[in-house]
Structure formats: structure tokens, C-alpha cells
Design a protein around this ligand. Sequence first.
Ligand code: LLP
Length: 430
Amino acid sequence: MTQNTLPGWPFISYREQQLHVEDCDLGSLALEHGTPLFVYSKASMLAALAAYQRGFAGRDAQICYAMKANSSLAVLQVFARAGCGFDIVSGGELARALAAGAQPRKIIFSGVGKTRAEMRDALIAGIGCFNVESEAEIDVLNAVALSMGKVAPISVRVNPNVDPKTHPYISTGLKGNKFGIAHERTLATYQHAAALPGLKVLGIDCHIGSQITEEVPYLDALDRVLDLVASIENAGIPIAHIDLGGGLGINYNGDTPPAADALWCKLLERLDARGYGQRKLMVEPGRSLVGNAGVCVTEVLYLKYGEQKNFCIIDAAMNDLPRPAMYQAFHTITPLDERRRPSADAPVFDVVGPICESGDWIGHDRALSVQQGDLLAVLSAGAYCMSMASNYNSRGRAAELLVDGATAHLIRRRDTLADQMQAERLCADN
Ligand code: LLP
């Protein structure tokens, strides 16, 4: 059998010239389930998780999957069964995590705008920690916990003012961002929180951004967090855990982020050197666990040649794959049939969806040797695609499959038209 693994996507390969995810032929899956179709590799997710687990071997550490990256129930189930906790940001994510089998005490609740109702639900569930982001939130959480006769475990998210060198929309640890508590306010905030009877201070956390491809911002953030831990503990408030957030990048277009185990080797060296190596560690990875596990299979509907541009119009759109429109993000696009990989003289196209907006593009200036009716795979589509998908233009959300070896499980059926309208009502005549 001829096999060409795609460099950067170890669980995706051309076998007998047809693109496969693990042992499943994507063309056959598209024929059976239609397009656009998301297909995820379970082995890829577990391999990505294993890199973190290797990095933490012998340490007291908790990996909390940041489920905003991909919150499909069966994906959550894979991580719950593998022992992960979850980083949630809403009551909806709490309900999903619990439905997928999460252990409540391994759930941490991040986000700048938790409502009282969400706090109550999380306290009832018995989650492990609230990552609080403002002094006002601290007071509200204290009041909610007291009203329920409970004590809320907290960690304060600090803003280390470190530049993660990523897209401005996904950098979160700079002074101008809405996230976390400023470095200078941190000690006072901890002193305030520690004095409140409805709260128990457990840890400290930060998250500096997403799609980070360098080690230095992490090491800088760690140093700043450890400086804060020292000053908070000097004030008599013990910090049991240190949570460094998520943010590790993946390969989209030849990107070479450090492997999770290599990154953690460096971070643990720094922790050890500064005497904090025995603390409980937490991380909140999202993209790096699921991003390269997923592809979106889509059909070429039309090729349209123009004077200035050629367009390859596909049946997936910005409602399925919002990252190019939102962040000018690059996703590799490759044909399912290896013989249709672009030849040297292949024409260049903008790959666009059917949505009525010029912003509805999936790839700019791509050399393609495809024909109408061909199938393409948009790679690195496991993170922040389905979880950000919408019904814009009244398009149904795509179906999702989870591949495990030679078996493909349908984990979400395609939206029906009834699904789209079921929550709505016409007005009665009056
Ligand atoms: N923890 C917190 C508090 C976060 O805000 C995030 C992501 C994560 C963890 C996980 O970060 P990751 O490991 O996935 O980088 N939609 C954007 C990414 C937004 C990230 C938001 N926060 C995109 O498609 O690039």
C-alpha cells in the first residue's frame, strides 16, 4: 500500500492516493454523510494529550481541556475518559461537561462575565475552582456562595502583561486586554478575597493568549506569576496551585510551536529552580489538544474564472469555518484525491463559501488543480470551527464524525431545517 502522511498532521495520510483520517477514507465518509463534514481523529487527540501527560510525569498536575475549542459531547467524553478536567466559560459548557462524564471537582470556571445563575449552578455541581477575573466578581461570588451556605474555591486570574506575539484578537495577557487583574492590583485583591467568608483562596492563574508558537512568553509569564506567588504568600495567603492557562499553538501553515512536553520541560526547570516545583500545576489547553485532529471535508460547487481573480466556490462557508473571516487565519486545503494536488502550472483561486459576504473566504490565492464536484479537506479544523459555527444564511450546521481506527462514529448529525426553526414562533394575529 502506498502511504504519504501529511507532514504536520500525523494521523492524516494519502493511502492509495485517497486522503484518510486514521484508517477511514474521507471520500467514502463524505459519500455516506454528505458535505460539509467534520471528521476528527481520536488517536490524534489522545496523542496530543499524551504529550502533556509526558511533560507532567511524576508531578502533581491537572490538565483541564479548554472546551471552547471543541465542545462536542463525544470529544469531551474522549478527554473525560482519559482523566482530563475541563476549563469552562459558561453554564452551557458546565452542562455539556457534566453530560459527557466530567468529574465536577476537575472543572475550573474561567471568564470575565460569570452570571449569578452560572455561579450557583457551578456551586451546586461542586466544581474545583472559579478563576475570578475582577474585584467586582469576587464580591458577587462571595455573596452567592454565602446565600447557599457554601464556600467557593477560587483562583485569581492575573494579567502578567506579557506579549504572546499572536493575533491581537487572541492575545489576552496584555495590559489593554479585558482579562485578569493587573499585576499591581493582585496582592490587594488576594487580601480582599482571603478575608471573605464565602471564598477559599486555592491558587493563581494566568492565560496570555492563543496560538502561541514560542517558549519565551510562557517563561516570562511564569516568572511574573511566581513573583506574585511570593508576595501573596509573604502576606500569609497560601497558594496551593499554579495554573498557566492554555495557548500553545499548532501547525496551520508550517508553524513550529514547541511540543507540549518540551515546553513543560523548560517551565518545570524554571519552577524547580525557583523552588516551586512541588506545587500543584494546572493547564488549560484547547487548540493544541484538538486543532490538528480535525478536518472539514467540502465539495467544489463551481469554479469561476475572472479577469482579476478565480474563485473556487465550495459548500463550506464562514458559518462552518469562521477563523479566516474573523482572524485572517490560514488553513491548509488539500484535495481528497492525491492526483488532484496542484501541478506546477495550476491556476490560483480564492476558495470561498456560498455566504453573501465578501468576508466569506476560506483561503486566498491557493493553487488548485481541481474540478467541479471534487472534494477538498480543510485541515486543522478541530479547534474553534464547529464550536464557533453558526446558522448564518440559515445554513444548517455540518455533521461531525469521530474516527477511531477504521470506525467512524456519527457524533452529531447534520442540522435539519426543523432544528433551525424549532425554537422560534410566528406571532399570533392580533
Ligand atoms: N484558558 C482561557 C482562560 C482561555 O481564554 C482560552 C482561550 C484557553 C484557555 C484555551 O486556549 P488555547 O489552548 O485553545 O489556545 N477563537 C480563537 C481562539 C480564542 C481563544 C480564546 N481563549 C481562534 O480560533 O483562534
